[in-house]
Design a binder for this molecule. Structure first.
Ligand code: PLZ
Length: 444
């Protein structure tokens, strides 16, 4: 991280400060309004557990740029590797004259992702682009067209992935028509399902919909986030994912795990599938893979991945050399610094603090998540009615007090915490204390 960056929350102006306000005025005049803003401050430096803004305010980072800088911003190994690569060559296009970095990333993905079967990987730029390619591959392999996704799913903002994403506002509204042959099945959502709905029953409910409304013979792939991200950090009931995997295997359907948000140590395992004990046919990764540089990947069983004809997959920038150098340095950092274990410590610390908060405040309807991917679902006191206004008010109060937190969820009522694993216990604890005070401040 930048050596000058003190690991301390400090506010030296009101939020946003004057310099950020100036830049925001320029943003409004120059940037399309469709590109929204969570915190109205402009970053100038970031590392460890801190994001510093242009007015000199230092925020505790409980967002990691939406689960990307898992190993920390400007992590030392990433900075060194990218510096070396940028001086050697910036781009040749892997499809024109290949380079070792891309192959090394594919080898690392094939080694690290769940299952010890023979695998192949292909690299792309964004999560959405990788999801799209996973579907191209599944369709080429099965010679079928239909794709099943789940309630509350988020898979991206391109045309195909908008069709796969569940939530209309802000992701889809007005942007149709959407790609055809996408079908939605019910998810396991323990907090909102009936008590009797265990993982097996929830899987049966989903499979019934799939069999009746799509039919296995038409179905290329089932795509699911093992823990839903934008949909509200929903951890399905035990046994749900395994039953869906088994059904896919029995029916020749490609099971695709979208681990764009959950991958790379985020959930206290290298991949969320590992903690579920499931082996996906294909796994999609992005975000945390390259320490902040744009990179995504599709990794899967060799026979599935090789179903596409030669030159059927690709793109100008996919697996560009800088991102590959960053990814190799990121993977080395995770392994050398024991960041999977660190994510488990972060889980204990956050769950402890949030359960304590929940014990005194019944507006915290559900505390859930794994590793450094933890959330609270907020409800109106004494009910299970979603309270999006409360989530917004608490998030805004936390922002004003110097803590970056994000919201999510179909109902907009989930506060989510995605700290970088480079954060200290002290900063993490302080961030949660600020949050606790924000709950006290925001009363009906
Ligand atoms: N799959 C599971 O979480 C991206 C979206 C931010 P891209 N989530 C953050 C926003 O509002 O645009 C995501 C995800 C899962 C796919 C994606 C898409 O990844 O890199 O944003 O395309």
């Amino acid at each position: 991280m930048p050596a000058s960056l003190e690991q301390r929350r400090e506010l030296v102006t009101a939020i946003p400060g004057p310099r950020s306000q100036e830049l925001m005025a320029r943003k409004h005049a120059a940037v399309a309004q469709g590109i929204g803003t969570t915190l109205p401050v402009f970053a100038i430096e970031a590392g460890g557990g801190i994001v510093k803004d242009v007015d000199g305010n230092s925020f505790i980072d409980l967002g990691s740029g939406i689960a990307v800088t898992t190993i920390g911003n400007s992590a030392p190994r990433v900075v060194d590797a990218v510096r070396e690569q940028v001086a050697a060559f910036t781009h040749t296009c892997f499809m024109v004259t290949p380079y070792e970095g891309y192959v090394a990333v594919a080898e690392a993905l094939n080694r690290l992702t769940p299952g010890d079967h023979e695998k192949r990987s292909a690299l792309f730029n964004s999560g959405a682009e990788a999801v799209e390619n996973a579907i191209k591959i599944a369709r080429a392999h099965t010679k079928r067209q239909a794709v099943v996704v789940f309630d509350h799913a988020y898979h991206g903002r391109t045309n195909l992935t908008m069709a796969m994403t569940a939530k209309s506002m802000p992701y889809k509204s007005g942007f149709g028509p959407f790609a055809p042959e996408i079908y939605r099945a019910p998810l396991s959502y323990p907090y909102r399902d009936a008590k009797a709905m265990d993982g097996h029953l929830a899987a049966r409910r989903a499979i019934d919909v799939i069999e009746k409304q799509v039919g296995a013979d038409n179905l290329a792939a089932v795509v699911i986030e093992p823990i839903q991200g934008e949909g509200g950090f929903i951890v399905p009931a035990d046994g749900f994912l395994a039953a869906i995997v088994d059904w896919c295997t029995a029916n020749g359907v490609v099971f695709i795990a979208d681990e764009v948000q959950t991958g790379f140590a985020r959930t206290g395992a290298m991949f969320a599938c590992d903690r579920e004990g499931i082996v996906p046919d294909v796994i999609v990764t992005a975000k945390g893979i390259a320490g902040g540089l744009p990179l995504s990947a599709v990794t899967g069983r060799a026979d599935i991945m090789d179903a596409s004809h030669v030159s059927g997959l690709g793109g100008t920038y996919g697996g560009n050399p800088l991102s590959c150098a960053a990814a190799l340095a990121t993977i080395e950092t995770i392994e050398a610094e024991g960041l999977v274990e660190r994510a488990q410590q972060v889980e204990r610390l956050m769950l402890d603090a949030l359960h304590r908060l929940q014990a005194d405040d019944d507006r915290l309807g559900d505390v859930r998540g794994r590793g450094a991917m933890i959330a609270v679902e907020l409800v109106k006191s004494g009910t299970d009615e979603p309270d999006a206004d409360l989530a917004k008010a608490v998030a805004t109060a936390a922002h004003r007090a110097g803590v970056i937190v994000l919201t999510c969820g179909t109902y907009g009522n989930v506060l989510r915490f995605l700290p970088p694993l480079a954060i200290s216990d002290e900063l993490l604890t302080e961030g949660l204390e600020v949050l606790t005070r924000a709950f006290t401040e925001v009363q009906p």
